[in-house]
Design a protein around this ligand. Structure first.
Ligand SMILES: Cc1ncc(COP(=O)(O)O)c(C=O)c1O
Length: 407
C-alpha cells in the first residue's frame, strides 16, 4: 500500500482525487496570518502560506522549517555535524520526557537520576511504574564513582533489571543550580557506555551558564571524544527559558534511529506539538538569525546572573551562620542546606513557619529520587521572579525564621 501511495503521489495534481484523509478543510478556518509584536516594537509575521500550514495537522517531528532551524542550530551550538544526528521539534521538554520515559522504560524498570533532580521528571517516571534510583551529586555535578558503584553493584536478583536509562539535568540543575563539569561528563559517558545505559540529557538551562565558556554537553562530548563503547545520548533543548514558556516548544536531538522511534511514538500518542506555536517561534528565530538568537540567550543569561549575584550576597548577609550552599553555575535556583546539629528535616519549618508569613520557598525532600523519609535539610530557592526588594525581604525573613528555629 505504501508503494502504491508513493507512486500515485507522483501523478499530476489534476489526476489525483483526494478522498482518503480525515482532515478538516482549512478554507473553513478564520485565521489567515499572525503578527507578533516584539518587545522592541518590531512586528514579526508568520505569513499567509505558513499560517495555512500552521492551521493544518502536521508531522510528528513538527513544523519542518523550525525542525530545520533547530537541527542546524544544534549542529552549530554543539559542534556536531548535521549528518550524524536527527532533530525533532516537540511539545515542551516536560511532556517530551514523559513520552521518552514511556518509550524507553518499561513498568518496573529502575531509572538512574541525579539526586536531587527535577520533580517534573520523577512524577512521570513513577506514573509509568518505573522506579527512580539515586546517583549522588555534589558541587561539581554527578559523581561518576557513585554512578559506577550503583551499576557495578547492581543485584538483579534483589532489585530487578539493571538500569538502562540515566535521566540527567547537566546544567544549572533544578533544584541545585549546579552543573556537571566536563571531566565528569567524560567519565559518565564511559560508564554509561560500559553498562549500555541510554543518557537522556535534559538541558533547558544550557544557554544560561554564568561562566564565559559553556560547559560541553554530553551530546557534544559523545561526538567529539566518544569512549568505546559510547552510549546513545538523547538531548532535550527547550525554548521555554529563552523565548516563551507557554508556547510549549522544545526539541530533541540524537541518533537517527532513536529520534525516528520517538517520532513514531509521538504520532501514535499526541500526534505532534502545536504547529501554530512552532510556526510562530520559527518566524521569531528566523528573524533573529543564529547570531541574534545567541545574543538574546546571552542577555537572558546576564539577567539571571545579576539575580544570582544578588542572591549570593543576601545568602552571605542573612544565612551564613545557619546554612550552606554551592554557588549556582547556571539557571535560576539556589539549593540551601540548613545546618546545625539539631536539624534533621526542614519541611515543617517551611510549611509551618515560612509559607504562612509569605516566604515562598520549596522544601527539598520531593526532589530526591529515593525518598529521604523525613530527613531532608534542603530548601530550594528560585530567584527568577522576585525583584531585589523581594529577594532582600525574603532572605532577611528566612534568616530570622531559621535562626529562631535553631535556638
Ligand atoms: C530540568 C527541567 N526540565 C524541563 C523543564 C520543563 O521544560 P519545558 O517548559 O520545555 O517543558 C524544566 C522547567 O521547569 C526543568 O527545570
Amino acid at each position: 500500500m505504501k508503494g502504491a501511495i508513493a507512486s500515485a503521489a507522483k501523478l499530476p495534481r489534476d489526476q489525483q482525487q483526494h478522498l482518503a484523509g480525515g482532515k478538516p478543510n482549512p478554507t473553513t478556518f478564520p485565521i489567515v496570518d499572525v503578527e507578533l509584536k516584539m518587545r522592541d516594537g518590531a512586528i514579526v509575521a508568520i505569513g499567509q502560506e505558513a499560517t495555512t500550514v500552521a492551521n493544518d495537522y502536521g508531522m510528528p517531528f513538527g513544523y519542518p522549517p523550525l525542525r530545520e532551524w533547530c537541527h542546524e542550530f544544534t549542529s552549530i551550538a554543539q559542534s556536531v555535524p548535521k549528518t550524524t544526528f536527527e532533530t525533532s521539534v516537540a511539545a515542551g521538554s516536560l511532556g517530551t520526557m514523559f513520552l521518552a520515559f514511556d518509550l524507553f522504560v518499561d513498568r518496573g524498570d529502575c531509572v538512574l537520576c541525579d539526586a536531587p533532580t527535577f520533580t517534573g521528571a520523577l512524577t512521570p517516571l513513577r506514573t509509568i511504574g518505573a522506579v527512580p534510583v539515586d546517583v549522588a551529586t555534589d558541587g561539581d555535578g554527578v559523581i561518576p564513582e557513585a554512578l559506577e558503584a550503583v551499576l557495578s553493584g547492581w543485584d538483579e536478583a534483589k532489585s530487578g533489571k539493571r538500569p538502562r536509562v540515566f535521566y540527567t539535568v547537566p546544567t544549572g540543575g533544578n533544584p541545585t543550580g549546579i552543573s556537571t563539569i566536563a571531566e565528569r561528563k567524560a567519565k559518565v559517558l564511559e560508564i554509561c557506555g560500559k553498562y549500555e545505559v541510554l543518557i537522556l540529557e535534559d538541558d533547558p538551562y544550557y544557554f544560561l551558564q554564568f561562566t564565559p565558556e559553556l560547559v560541553q554537553s554530553y551530546f557534544s562530548l559523545a561526538h567529539a571524544a566518544p569512549p568505546t563503547p559510547c552510549p546513545p545520548v538523547l538531548r532535550f533543548d527547550s525554548f521555554a527559558k529563552l523565548l516563551s514558556a507557554g508556547a510549549r516548544v522544545s526539541w530533541l536531538s540524537g541518533p537517527k534511529e532513536l529520534v525516528a522511534l520517538f517520532d513514531c511514538f509521538t504520532m501514535g500518542t499526541i500526534g505532534h506539538g502545536s504547529i501554530f506555536a512552532q510556526a510562530a517561534l520559527n518566524a521569531v528565530v528566523r528573524n533573529m538569525g543564529f547570531d541574534g538568537f545567541l545574543a538574546h540567550t546571552r542577555e537572558v543569561c546576564a539577567f539571571y546572573k545579576k539575580r544570582r549575584d544578588v542572591v549570593l550576597g543576601l545568602a552571605q548577609k542573612y544565612l551564613s551562620a545557619t546554612c550552606e550552599w554551592k554557588d549556582p553555575m547556571a539557571g535560576m535556583f539556589l539549593w540551601l542546606k540548613v545546618t546545625g546539629e539539631t536539624v534533621v528535616d526542614v519541611t515543617n519549618l517551611v510549611v509551618d513557619k515560612m509559607l504562612p508569613v509569605g516566604v515562598f520557598v520549596v522544601p527539598g525532600g520531593p526532589f530526591f529520587p529515593v525518598s529521604r523519609k523525613g530527613r531532608c535539610p534542603y530548601i530550594r530557592i528560585s530567584y527568577s521572579m522576585a525583584d531585589e526588594t523581594e529577594l532582600e525581604n525574603g532572605f532577611r525573613r528566612m534568616g530570622e525564621i531559621i535562626e529562631q528555629s535553631l535556638v
